[in-house]
Design a binder for this molecule. Structure first.
Ligand code: TYD
Ligand code: MG
Length: 452
């Protein structure tokens, strides 16, 4: 057996024989850790290959009608998973420490344990701590087994002993394989532990949730190292200050990755937010300059959000630009388009843009909303409080069409909006909801002419 050392990036798992300050794969600084790898010489692979023993199936002989899905009792989570947890699947739940991953997983045990056995392996909390939390969350089921364990082998022995249908590993960074020489939480440890759990999940057909902490600069390996191994990757995100939490699928072998689930952290655990638009618009500024409402698509549903802009004269030096919830570069671009195409002078003004409620908008369909918020902020205008804005803005100031117009308008109508300004060409063949006025415009100048 040969022993050699390599350097592994704890963010992305990149390997290199020599140390570097910056990881060439993911670009993070000072993330390469030295690791001892034992290399076992493989012998006899070819002689093994000459004696075939494996059964090989034809595509049309493989049965697929046996896909079983478990309902978790939280419909927001079920939707993100693609209508329930698939039997035998491995789901990675990532997120910042303290965001609510353990709470979410303990909470779904109550419903899942009605007809199934669950094993909760915690490497972070004692059994007593979990029991206290379970009491708070109202989890009283008899079919939930708890162990406080950090050794992978013992955890797997428990799985063999209890034979659960669902296993929760909280968290993968605390799990330790004795054979791997490096410290727990390092890339080789986390990878080996996940591999072991994956084998057991596929062998025994148990569904498994694996918690992975996202770390910015700590000594733990990030969940990104594991993304390629598991069936489904969910990220739990949100501001610690605000109570809203958003669950997002970034990889899903059994459903779409565009869906989000919205929760609110309350005194007794997470509560589903069935109508995120209403929650995000709560306490909205009405009859105040510099804000407007946009509709963005999050998977299959429209979500309304308020974009706010504060435009103030620059006191000294260069004007400042800041954005939260929308892309910074996109904001700067919109400021340039407003200056050039709508003749709104902003070069002596600081511009701050924010999306209320902590939502992050990635869609360009919010461009028009950003422009309108900034323009009304500068001119001290108010938009009608029953009007929403949808559209991508091009560099020429033209409004470009966006998809799924009907769904967006329906969502707006549901929350009491009665008019929308949108790109003219998006309205072709679109039937707005009853009593709803969809105004098609061709460029940013025309859109701003509707504001008084
Ligand atoms: P937790 O699930 O422990 O986070 P993670 O496992 O992602 O590290 O959540 C911890 C936070 O949630 C903690 O700061 C307290 C808060 N919380 C509530 O507000 N209400 C509750 O009912 C529970 C259980 C936790
Ligand atoms: Mg936890």
């Amino acid at each position: 057996m040969k022993v050699k050392s390599t350097y592994i990036c704890r963010e992305c798992g990149y390997q290199t024989p020599k140390w570097m300050g910056k990881c060439p794969s993911c670009g993070s600084w000072n993330s390469l850790d030295e690791t001892i790898v034992k290399e076992e010489k493989k012998t006899g692979a070819i002689s093994k290959a000459t004696t075939p023993s494996r059964q090989i199936s034809k595509l049309n002989e493989i049965k697929t009608d046996t896909e079983v899905r478990y309902k978790t009792g939280l419909s927001e989570l079920d939707r993100v998973l693609g209508s329930g947890l698939v039997k035998g699947s491995l789901v990675l739940v990532g997120g910042d420490p303290g965001i609510g991953k353990s709470t979410l997983l303990l909470q779904i045990c109550q419903n899942l344990a009605e007809s199934k056995t669950i094993l909760y392996v915690s490497g972070e909390e004692s059994e007593r701590q979990i029991k206290l939390r379970a009491d708070r969350l109202g989890v009283t089921t008899e079919n939930l087994y708890l162990i406080s364990e950090t050794d992978v082998v013992s955890a797997i022995e428990c799985i063999h002993q209890i034979k659960p249908q669902i296993v929760i590993i909280d968290s993968i960074q605390t799990m330790n394989c004795e054979e791997v020489a490096s410290a727990s939480g390092s890339v080789p440890q986390v990878r080996e532990a996940t591999n072991a759990f994956m084998r057991i999940a596929k062998q025994e057909d148990v569904s498994m949730f694996i918690v992975g902490h996202v770390t910015k600069d700590g000594a733990l390996a990030g969940p990104r190292v594991l993304e390629h191994m598991v069936d489904c990757v969910l990220y739990f995100e949100g501001d610690k200050q605000s109570n809203f939490r958003i669950l997002r699928a970034v990889k899903n072998r059994f459903g779409s990755t565009n869906e989000i689930g919205v929760f609110e952290m309350a005194g007794k655990g997470l509560i589903e937010v069935k109508n995120p638009s209403a929650a995000l618009l709560e306490g909205r500024n009405i009859n105040k300059s510099g804000n407007c409402v946009v509709c963005t698509m999050e998977g299959s549903r429209g979500v309304l959000a308020e974009i706010q802009a504060l435009v103030t004269p620059t006191g000294f030096g260069n004007p400042r630009r800041m954005s939260a919830g929308v892309d910074f570069n996109r904001t700067v671009l919109m400021i340039a388009v407003l200056e050039k195409r709508a003749k709104i002078g902003l070069s002596n003004y600081d511009v701050y843009v924010n999306v209320a409620g902590g939502l992050k908008i990635e869609e360009t369909a919010a461009d028009l909303g950003i422009c309108v918020a900034i323009a009304t902020g500068k001119k001290d205008l108010c938009v009608p409080d029953d009007m929403i804005f949808i559209g991508e803005v091009g560099l020429g100031g033209e409004l470009r069409s966006v998809s799924q117009m009907e769904k967006r308008l329906a969502e707006a109508a549901k929350l009491g909006f009665t008019q929308a300004i949108c790109p003219k060409q998006s309205l072709k063949g679109v039937k707005p909801p009853e009593g709803f006025r969809a105004i098609g415009v061709k460029d940013i100048k025309e859109a701003l002419s509707y504001l008084k």
